[in-house]
Design a protein around this ligand. Structure first.
Ligand code: UFG
Length: 350
C-alpha cells in the first residue's frame, strides 16, 4: 500500500462516531475553527441525515466514510489518503443498563474498537488522539467537586470499558513517546447547536434526563419520571454537572490546538475533565426548562433508578490551566437551544 505517514498541522481531523450527537457538534466547532474533517461512522446509533444537516450549516463540508473502527483495512485506506492532523475517537456504545446485560459486546465495541484505531494510528504514525471518556469512570465520588486525581471506580461494564481504554492509551503513550494522547472525561453534555439544525436524537425511549424533558415538553411523552426524591441532596433529587454540548465541542478544539502546538509531550495519556463545575438537581433542571421555554413540564416522582448516585460535579480547573477552556454557556442557554432543536424536529432527524 502506498501509505501516507505522519501527522501534519493542517491535515484533516478524523472524527470516529462523528455522525452522533456529540460528534456532529464537535464537527461544527472544528469546521468553524478552520479544520477539515472526515467522519467515520457505522450508523449503529446515528444517521447520515445528521451529517447532511451538519454540512448545511455553512461551516464546510465533512467527508463521510461509512464503516467501523474494527475494520483495519478501512482504517489503512482512510489514513493512507491524507496526512491527518489528529483523531477524535467517539465511536462506541454508551448505555449503562445495556452494558450490564451485554458486557462482551461492550468490551468488543469499545475496547476492541479503540485498540484497532490506535494500532492503525501507530502503523501510520498519526500522533494526536483525543479520546471521548466519561465522568462515570469516577463511580460514586468520595469528594466534590471531582478532580482528575480522584479514585477511579466505575460501577458498570460501560464505565469499566472507558477506563480500560484510558489505561490502554496510557501504555501506548508510554511506549510511543512521539504520540500525543488525551482522554476527555465528559460530565453531562446537553443542549444543541444554536441553529436548531443538529441535536440529540435518541433511539426509542430516552435514558437521559434532557431528551426526556424535551420530548415531554413537545408532547411525545406524557410526563417526566423523576428517579427518586430521597437522595441526600437539598431537594432530594439527583445532582449532575450539565454542560452545553457546544462547550464540550469547543473543549475538543482547544485540546486539539494544545496538542498541535506541542502540548501533551509527557508520554502520558492526559485525562482531563470537561464539566461546568456546577451541580444542578433534577427538579432545578425541570424548572429551568419551563422558564426557558414557557412550556409546562408535568412530572411524577418514582423510586430511585438502579445504579444512580446522589450527586457529582466537576472540578474543571485543569482544562483551564492546560488549554484555556471553560464552559461558557448557562443552563438557560442550554434549555433554550435544546428546546429550539426539539421543537423544530419533534421526531428528530426523521
Ligand atoms: N433522571 C431522571 N429521570 C430520567 C432520566 C434521568 O430523574 O428520565 C435523573 C437521574 O436519576 C440522574 C439525573 O437525572 O439523577 C441525570 O441522569 P442522566 O441519565 O441524564 O445522566 P447520568 O448522570 O445518569 O449519566 C450520564 C450518561 C452516562 C455517563 C454519565 C457521565 O448517561 O453515559 O452521564 O457523567 F457516563
Amino acid at each position: 500500500m502506498n501509505s501516507v505517514k505522519g501527522s501534519s498541522r493542517d491535515g484533516p481531523v478524523l472524527v470516529t462516531g462523528g455522525a452522533g450527537y456529540i460528534g456532529t457538534h464537535i464537527g461544527a466547532a472544528l469546521m468553524k475553527a478552520g479544520h477539515r474533517i472526515v467522519i467515520l461512522d457505522n450508523f449503529s446509533n446515528s444517521t447520515p441525515l445528521a451529517v447532511d444537516r451538519l454540512n448545511s450549516l455553512g461551516l464546510g463540508c465533512a467527508e463521510l466514510v461509512e464503516g467501523d473502527v474494527h475494520d483495519e483495512a478501512l482504517l489503512d485506506r482512510v489514513f493512507s489518503a491524507d496526512r491527518f492532523s489528529g483523531v477524535i475517537h467517539l465511536a462506541g456504545v454508551k448505555a449503562v443498563g445495556e452494558s450490564v446485560a451485554e458486557p462482551i459486546r461492550y468490551y468488543d465495541i469499545n475496547v476492541g474498537g479503540a485498540l484497532s484505531l490506535v494500532a492503525a494510528m501507530v502503523r501510520h504514525q498519526i500522533s494526536r488522539l483525543i479520546f471521548s471518556s466519561t465522568a462515570t469512570v469516577y463511580g460514586d465520588p468520595a469528594k466534590l467537586p471531582v478532580a482528575e486525581d480522584a479514585s477511579l471506580q466505575p460501577e458498570h461494564p460501560y464505565g469499566r470499558s472507558k477506563l480500560m481504554i484510558e489505561q490502554m492509551l496510557q501504555d501506548v503513550a508510554a511506549a510511543q513517546p512521539w504520540m500525543r494522547i488525551m482522554s476527555l472525561r465528559y460530565f453531562n453534555p446537553v443542549g444543541a447547536h444554536p441553529s436548531g439544525r443538529i441535536g440529540e436524537d435518541p433511539k426509542g425511549i430516552p435514558n437521559n434526563l434532557f431528551p426526556y424533558i424535551a420530548q415531554t415538553a413537545v408532547g411525545v411523552r406524557d410526563e417526566v419520571r423523576v428517579f427518586g426524591d430521597d437522595w441526600p441532596t437539598p431537594d432530594g433529587t439527583g445532582i449532575r454537572d450539565y454542560l452545553h454540548v457546544m462547550d464540550v465541542a469547543e473543549g475538543h478544539v482547544a485540546a486539539l490546538t494544545h496538542l498541535i502546538d506541542g502540548g501533551g509531550k509527557s508520554g502520558r495519556n492526559l485525562a482531563v475533565n470537561l464539566g461546568s463545575g456546577h451541580g444542578t438537581s433534577v427538579l432545578e433542571v425541570i424548572r429551568a426548562f419551563r422558564e426557558a421555554t414557557g412550556r409546562e413540564i408535568p412530572y411524577r416522582i418514582l423510586g430511585r433508578r438502579p445504579g444512580d448516585v446522589a450527586a457529582y460535579w466537576a472540578d474543571p480547573t485543569y482544562a483551564e490551566r492546560l488549554f484555556g477552556w471553560t464552559a461558557k454557556l448557562s443552563m438557560a442557554e442550554i434549555c433554550r437551544d435544546h428546546w429550539n432543536w426539539q421543537s423544530a424536529n419533534p421526531d428528530g432527524y426523521k
